[in-house]
Every structure is written in structure tokens, then in C-alpha cells.
Design a protein around this ligand. Structure first.
Ligand code: NFS
Length: 635
């Protein structure tokens, strides 16, 4: 099983699944081999009913679709649509959070403003006067202004103004400053439909504008408004991996993305009446554990343990110990439905946007949030006695971690307790103790051994004095391996990074939250630029991003907004564009001359890490910074 995962708990559970003849994502992946070559190369078009059309990659058969579109147009249109879908996912999440902020302002649903300081700061950015107004008044005005940015037709997204001036000017010059969030998604869908935009370069420009509407729009709105509503995270301890499930407690696994429900489930699980009910049913208590990004959300703010990342969702059910799995939206495998039916586990869908055939649906209404949460927990508790102890197999593995780093909390530590400043971070980069910083983020994918890409790449960067920030399922991979503990610095970090981690007491890998919280990385980069000494734009910084096991369209949108913001971004497997050499060259070379960032596709995580290190060193040289303080380990 080793080749499927490097995580011990996962390997154990795969053995259990095999014994019990339970089908998993790896089985289905194998059954799909070999996968469609036209699809992989991006040479299949299904956009209109004259098709589906295919282009022959060997140059012998047709080189155009029925309408005359060629490989460049095929691949660009398809990729732009992936960006639009990813942007839509993050942004629809942001919209729901904005609605919830409005409810909180109106005193409905049991939500409260937990970070009034951030409320006022963000409101000021949106041009809302905050003097002598109550939190509720400000929140109401802010929610309306934010909601208006989704349907905005002209103008610029407010948060885009957080980017350095030079970057904003570049976006305006290129015509890719995002106008309205929904507008960019709709325009991408329009321009990529039959017979509209044919120029692959022009399509990719719009894809970048759409992605910017995600990073500096939908995702940033999600992050900032969630901080206002649920509190801006601060460093917090917890545990991770399937071993956090308990034999003698009601286990409720929350899986999906939006913390609106999971926040309330956490609150409801502390309700004395429900605790009492759990005891009546023979359980010692109620354990809540998360999967995927919803896990990261409640980990960051409440220290709720994490059961696992994307590829572990089926394995959590296979433990037989989950009394209810509550799902909302995104990254929920349809396979959970049949798998849950092999156990007593209740799978409960909660979002009208994501229903599953034959699955119990308990609509989560923000207006009655706490009541919905209690109803759902009650179902889980009532289900506990049906658990079959004979079929309950929880692996022992679990690991300590520290999460909860944000733009506000993290780098300010580096300035010491009393001085909140990014100066020491910039200085550490300037004097070469830190070679640079890299965001390692994103999914798992059965096409790569589970967690292997994340861990190999991250460890290679750490030993070369690169500070790593992480989010999403990558963060969960790092956590399981112990990289989110301060002591990991002794084992994995190069001497410069270790020195900093030791002095400040932070782990060498900083967990910044869910995938929408990649926006925290953008905000952090903006702070680094404005602190000074490292150039006047993102493209000058010795930084990069990586998604070493990507699978989701959301990852494509994230990659695009980092590239459009001026960063080098690595993906292990290429986008489905290999059928067009021009598109490949645009993405991996030419974009750098246009926006300062570009994509790097490299399946080998060590080679990828070295290419990233070489990039950081090139950026350092351009800034005329000192050589990295310690001999390069990679040379
Ligand atoms: Ni991100 Fe979160 Fe994980 Fe990938 Fe899915 S959970 S939003 S898409 S799989 S990192």
C-alpha cells in the first residue's frame, strides 16, 4: 500500500478497506487507466453540439474542430473555464459569508461579531465611516457594500487596492483589473462559448482577471468576513489524523468548506442537554473532527481536531466509528453515499446547493443556525448505539500541531511581543538567513502517492532555509508528519530558518487556514512589499507557490491569481494544455514577461523544489541581496 500513501494511518485503513472489500478512490482511479489522452492534452472540445471534436496530436488527423477552432483555442477555452469554476466556488462561499454578516448585523441566527477591530478596519477600506456607529450598523453597511461587489459592473474590486501600486498599475495597463466578481466569471463563460474569443492569449488574459476576482475578491472576502464573524485566528494547538476519532464517544465528522455550519456545530456540541443525551446513549461525550477545508476553518479558530485530508474522507467512514458525517459543499466525493451505507454512519447533506441521492437532507438555514446544528447533532447521537464495535477499527495515529497563523499574527511575532512589524521578516530575507518564502498548498490526487508530493517538496525547501506557509489539504499533510510543531525546526530546517524558529518559537511551516485563506498569503506579501527593502512589487520578491498534488479547478484559479500577482507557481502535473505548444510556452515562459509570474510544471517534488530554489536565488540576485547565509544544500 506504500505507493498509494506515505501516511501510516491511511496505509492501515487501505488494508482494512481491502479486507472488507470496500471500494476506494484508488480503486476507481486504477479502473480508469489509461485515462483519455485527448482529454489530458486538452484536445477534446465539447462546447457545442457540432462536436465533441478532437484534434489529432500526431498531426495526421484533423487539426481543427468543426467550427475551425484549433488546439490553442481548445486548450485556452477549457483552462479559462476551469479558472471560472474555481473562482465561482470560492466566491459563492464568500457571498454566503457576506449574507451571514448581514444576518449577524440584524441579530439573527445566533451569529455575533467576534472581531470588531477587523470589522472597523475592513469597513474603512470600503469607505464606510465608522465614527460613532455601532458594530451592527457598520456590519450592515459593510455586508451591503461587499455583496454589491459580486454584481458590480464597472470599477475595481476594493481589496485589489491592497496590492502594491505598481501591481495595480500593471493590471490596469493590461486590462485585467477585476471589475465585479460575478461579472468576470460570466464574461469568461461568454467568451469561451462557441464562436466568441478565439485568441488564446486574449482568453488567458481574461482568465487572469477572473482569477484576480477570486484571490483579491471572493476568497479575500471569505477570509476577512469570517475573521470578523468568527474571530481572527491566533496560534492554537490541536491534533490531526484518523486517530482523533474516539471509540467511546459520538464521532461527528464535518466535511466540506463553509464554516457557517461547522462553527455552530462546535457551539452546539457543548450544549449540556446534548452532552447529557450522548451519555444516555452510552457515549462518554461528543467528538467533532473535520475533513478538508471546513476542518481547517474550525481548527484555526477553535482547535477542533482534524480527521484527515481529501483522500482520507472515505477512510474516515471505513473506520466504522463515524456516527454522522455532515457535508456542505465542495470536495465531497459522491462515493461517500454508497460507502456510508456499508456502515451505520449517517451521511447528512445540509446545503440546497449540494444534495446527494438517497442521503438525508437537513437544510442548514443561517437564520436558524443553532437550531439546525442541534438537530443534526441529535441525529448523530441517536445513531451512536447502532455502531458495530466489531467493525470499528480506528488507527492509533495522531499528531500534535500548531495552527492559526494569519497576516496579523504570524509575522508580527517576528517583531517580538511588543512591536508589531514585518521588519524582522524582511531583514531575515535581506541578510540571507531566510532564502525566501514559499506557499505550498492544495489538494491530494490519487495520481500521486498521498501526501508524498507535499512532504517531499516542503522538506527540501525547509532544509534550504525557506519559510513555508501552507493551507488546505497540504497543511493537513504537513500536520500529520509533525511539520507544524516548533520542534520540527530542529529536524527539518536549515540553520538560518532554525535560528528564527527557535528565537520566536514558531514551527518552520505556518498553517494559514483553508484554501480561501490563500488570500492571507496575498495580504502578507503586500505587507512585506510595503515594509520596504525588497522592491516595490510582488514580482521582485524571492517567493513562490506550489500545489504538488493538485486536482481541483479551485487550485487552477489559485495558481492563476498568484501568477497574475507576479509569483512563480509550481504544479506537479501540467494543466490540460500539452496539445498546444503555444499555450504551454505562454504559461511557462511568456507570462513572466507580461505579469512577472509564470507556471512551472514538474512531477518530481525534489526537482521542483530545486527549480523553486533557483528562482528564489535569481530574485535575490536581481535585488542585489546577499548570497544566502548558509551554503546551498541543493547545489
Ligand atoms: Ni482546496 Fe479545500 Fe483539499 Fe483541494 Fe479540496 S479541501 S478548498 S480543493 S482537496 S485543498
Amino acid at each position: 500500500m506504500k505507493e498509494k500513501s506515505v501516511d501510516k494511518a491511511t496505509v492501515k485503513m487501505l488494508q482494512v478497506a481491502k479486507q472488507e472489500r470496500l471500494e476506494t478512490i484508488w480503486d476507481r482511479w486504477e479502473a480508469q487507466q489509461p485515462q483519455c489522452g485527448f482529454g489530458q492534452l486538452g484536445l477534446c472540445c465539447r462546447i457545442c453540439n457540432m462536436g465533441p471534436c478532437r484534434i489529432d496530436p500526431f498531426g495526421k488527423g484533423p487539426q481543427r474542430g468543426v467550427c475551425g477552432a484549433d488546439a490553442d483555442t481548445f486548450t485556452a477555452r477549457h483552462l479559462a473555464r476551469m479558472v471560472a469554476a474555481g473562482t465561482a466556488a470560492h466566491s459563492d462561499h464568500g457571498r454566503d459569508v457576506a449574507h451571514t454578516l448581514l444576518l449577524a448585523a440584524e441579530g439573527k441566527g445566533g451569529y455575533r461579531i467576534k472581531d470588531p477591530v477587523k470589522l472597523r478596519k475592513v469597513a474603512a477600506e470600503f469607505g464606510i465611516g465608522t465614527d460613532s456607529k455601532s458594530d451592527a450598523e457598520i456590519a450592515k453597511a459593510l455586508a451591503h457594500k461587499v455583496l454589491a461587489e459580486f454584481g458590480q459592473q464597472e470599477g475595481e474590486l476594493t481589496f485589489a487596492h491592497r496590492a502594491p501600486k505598481a501591481r495595480q498599475e500593471l493590471w490596469r495597463r493590461l486590462g485585467i483589473m477585476p471589475r465585479g466578481i460575478d461579472r468576470e466569471v460570466v464574461e469568461t463563460m461568454h467568451r469561451t462559448t462557441m464562436g466568441v474569443d478565439t485568441d488564446y492569449y486574449n482568453i488567458i488574459l481574461q482568465a487572469m482577471r477572473t482569477a484576480l476576482a477570486d484571490g483579491w475578491g471572493g476568497s479575500m472576502i471569505s477570509t476577512e468576513l469570517q475573521d470578523i464573524l468568527f474571530g481572527t485566528p491566533t496560534p492554537i494547538r490541536s491534533r490531526v489524523n484518523l486517530g482523533v476519532l474516539k471509540r467511546d464517544e459520538v464521532n461527528v465528522v464535518v466535511h466540506g468548506h463553509e464554516p457557517l455550519l461547522s462553527e455552530m456545530l462546535v457551539a452546539a456540541s457543548r450544549d449540556p442537554e446534548l452532552q447529557q443525551l450522548a451519555r444516555q446513549k452510552g457515549a462518554k461525550g461528543i467528538t467533532i473532527a473535520g475533513i478538508c477545508c471546513t476542518a481547517n476553518e474550525i481548527l484555526m479558530r477553535h482547535g477542533i481536531p482534524i480527521a484527515g485530508n481529501f483522500l482520507q474522507q472515505e477512510l474516515a467512514l471505513a473506520t466504522g466509528a463515524v456516527d454522522a458525517m455532515i457535508v456542505d459543499v465542495q470536495c465531497i466525493m459522491p462515493a461517500l453515499v454508497s460507502l456510508s451505507q456499508c456502515f451505520h454512519t449517517k451521511l447528512i447533506a445540509t446545503s440546497p446547493k449540494a444534495k446527494f441521492p438517497n442521503v438525508e437532507f437537513v437544510e442548514f438555514k443561517e437564520e436558524h443556525a443553532i437550531d439546525s446544528a442541534k438537530e443534526i447533532l441529535r441525529i448523530a447521537i441517536e445513531n451512536f448505539p447502532k455502531r458495530e464495535p466489531r467493525r470499528t477499527q480506528i488507527p492509533d495515529e495522531s499528531m500534535d500541531l500548531i495552527a492559526g497563523f494569519t497576516t496579523e499574527s504570524v509575522f508580527r511575532f517576528l517583531g517580538g511581543r511588543y512591536r508589531a512589524t514585518f521588519r524582522p521578516l524582511n531583514d531575515a530575507i535581506i541578510d540571507g538567513r531566510l532564502r525566501g518564502a514559499v506557499g505550498v498548498v492544495g489538494c491530494n490526487n490519487p495520481n500521486t502517492p498521498h501526501d508524498w508530493g507535499h512532504l517531499t517538496l516542503t522538506q527540501e525547501l525547509l532544509k534550504n532555509d525557506v519559510l513555508v506557509v501552507t493551507s488546505g489539504c497540504s497543511a493537513i499533510a504537513d500536520a500529520k508528519c509533525g511539520l507544524l510543531r516548533p520542534e520540527a525546526a530542529y529536524k527539518y530546517a536549515g540553520p538560518g530558518l532554525r535560528e528564527i524558529c527557535e528565537a520566536v518559537g514558531i514551527p518552520p511551516v505556518l498553517h494559514v487556514g483553508a484554501c480561501v485563506d490563500n488570500s492571507r498569503i496575498l495580504t502578507t506579501l503586500a505587507e512585506i512589499v510595503s515594509e520596504g527593502g525588497l522592491g516595490e512589487d510582488f514580482a521582485k520578491l524571492p517567493v513562490a507557490g506550489s500545489a504538488p498534488e493538485w486536482m481541483s479547478e479551485k487550485a487552477v484559479a489559485i495558481g492563476f491569481y498568484f501568477v497574475a500577482s507576479g509569483a512563480l507557481v509550481h504544479f506537479n502535473t501540467p494543466f490540460p494544455v500539452l496539445g498546444s505548444p503555444k499555450m504551454y510556452k505562454l504559461l511557462t515562459e511568456d507570462l513572466e514577461k507580461i505579469v512577472g509570474g509564470k507556471f512551472l510544471f514538474e512531477p518530481d517534488p525534489i526537482k521542483a523544489a530545486r527549480a523553486i530554489l533557483a528562482h528564489l536565488d535569481r530574485k535575490r540576485a536581481e535585488l542585489k541581496l546577499r548570497e544566502p547565509m548558509y551554503t546551498p544544500v541543493y547545489a
